[in-house]
Every structure is written in structure tokens, then in C-alpha cells.
Design a binder for this molecule. Sequence first.
Ligand code: AKB
Length: 325
Amino acid sequence: MKADTILVIGANGQIGTALLPRLQTLYGEGAVIATDLRLPARQTGRFEILDATDAKGLAELVRRHGITQIYHLAAVLSAKGEADPLWAWNLNMQTLLNVLEVSRTEGVKKVFIPSSIAAFGEHAPQTDTPQNAYLDPATVYGISKAAGENWGQYYVKRYGLDVRSLRYPGIISYEALPGGGTTDYAVAIFHEAVQGRNYECFLAENTRLPMMYMDDALRATLELMEAPAGQLTVRTSYNLAGFSFTPAELTTAIRHHFPDFSVTYKPDFRQAIAESWPRSIDDSVARQDWGWKPAYDLNRMTYEMIANLTAVYGRTDKVVETFKV
Ligand code: AKB
């Protein structure tokens, strides 16, 4: 157990819900303060209501608990952000700047800020997109991620704050639903299949995107946060890869378990977002700097998702709400 006090912002989201128990195991339940806009359906450990756009409230909480590390996971994702771009920009940037500033003024030792494959746009090579590819994102979410990466690096260089970041691919998990992303189909499809229903996909069947199973995403996050600072050559955000697939390939993998499962395709505005993103990612710098290596492929992830969601839907106290975009 380590003598750090950890603040998780956006603890009720897809990543926060899965990361929280890992941090509690690593640092001790009492050392992790989970926060979000509202209380979670099921609470374990210490939880406080926090609106991270409120700089004063955030600073008061950081001081009161003597926070030494922050995981800032609150954000409006790609598809939802397009419905109200200025709101999404303000929320994503205000919360990020509040986190960086409170960390600088209150002596927080380490900060994790997620970036995304959404930071890339049409001028990045779409296959094996390299670490230093040009960033011209097509969505307001991607613009906020590209700007956020640079703000993180600025705080490292100007103030010596230890800010670390990963460009997450689409993350697939059973613990909580993603909310408003373009890769959400890859989670929604499992919920339908496990409940014996067919699925209507909002992306075209041959749309290839980089994805990752939550277990790998959590391990990458914690390994990056544990890595000696001197080994980190990237202070914007590290490229991170798991595996890539299309909706058609995912359907085939699911049909291995549920042969009657079928998918129809009705691409909507999210198709253009997906087409602006990489198809696969070159994460060799992460592998070299801090030893990153994914453990899951498409088939192993599919098996885990089906096994875990079967258990979830088999329960009477369902922990997953109906899937909404
Ligand atoms: C989204 O689809 O917006 C996110 C992401 C790839 O960052 N899952």
C-alpha cells in the first residue's frame, strides 16, 4: 500500500467505475476519493459530489484531503459533443484547466489526463498512425483532447508538474456504459447479444477502428502512472494500441458464441467521425519507454465480455442500465 491520496474526477463514468476498485486495492480504500456530479448507484469507499468546472470547490476538496494524485476522467465524448460543441469545449477545457491549476498551486505530485485517438484527423496516416502524426481533429472532443495534451505538456515544462497521458482507443467494458462516444457500438452490441436480441449498428460494417479491452486500458494507465518519470519521453500523450476490428468482424466473433445473433447497419453522423480516425495505432514509443504490451485480442475480449455480461444480466439486481446514446 502506498502513502498517496488519490482523487478520481468522473468516477461514475466508463473508465472511472472500473479504475476505482483497482486504485482502492493499490492504495487502500481510505486513500481514494471518488467524485462525480451525482452519487453512484452502488458506492464503495469514499465518495463526494464534485462539479470539476467549479475551481473553488475543487481546490477546497484537494486541500481538505491532502490530495497527491489526480485522475481526471470527466469529459464529453465525440458523438455527444457534436450536439453542442461550445458546451462540450467549455466543459472539457474548464475542468482540465482547473485540474492542472489546482495541481500546480496545491502541490499535487502526479496528474493523469486521458487523450484519445480522436485527437488525430484527416492528415494523420490512418494505418499504424505514428506517435508524432499531425493532429487536425474533426470533432470538438478531438480538438479539446489535442489542446489538452499540449496544456499538459506546458504544465510539465513550465511548472514541473508531473502530468501523464494516454491516447485511448475505443474502450470495451462491461462494468459501466460509455456515454456518447463513436466507439460505443462495440459495447452496445454485447448488451443486445447477451440479452438474445439483434443489433442495429450506427457504423458501416467495414469501419475499422482501434479498440482495447478495459483490463488492458487500466493496466496501461496504472503502468504509465508507476513508470519512473525519467523514462517518459512523451509529455503530450502516448499512443496506445490493443487491436483493431470492424463491426462485421466483431459480429463474427460474437456469433461464435451466439450463432443466431445478427446485425443490421444504419450508419448515421457517427460514420463521418469514425472515418476521420485512425484504423490502427503505432504504440512503439509506449512499448519502448515503459514496457507497454496489450494482453487481449478480439476473441479473448469477446469471451470476457460475454461471460461477464451473462453474469450481470443473470442477476436480479442488474448493475447496468438500459443502453442509451
Ligand atoms: C469516443 O468514441 O468518443 C471515445 C474515444 C475513442 O475517445 N470512445
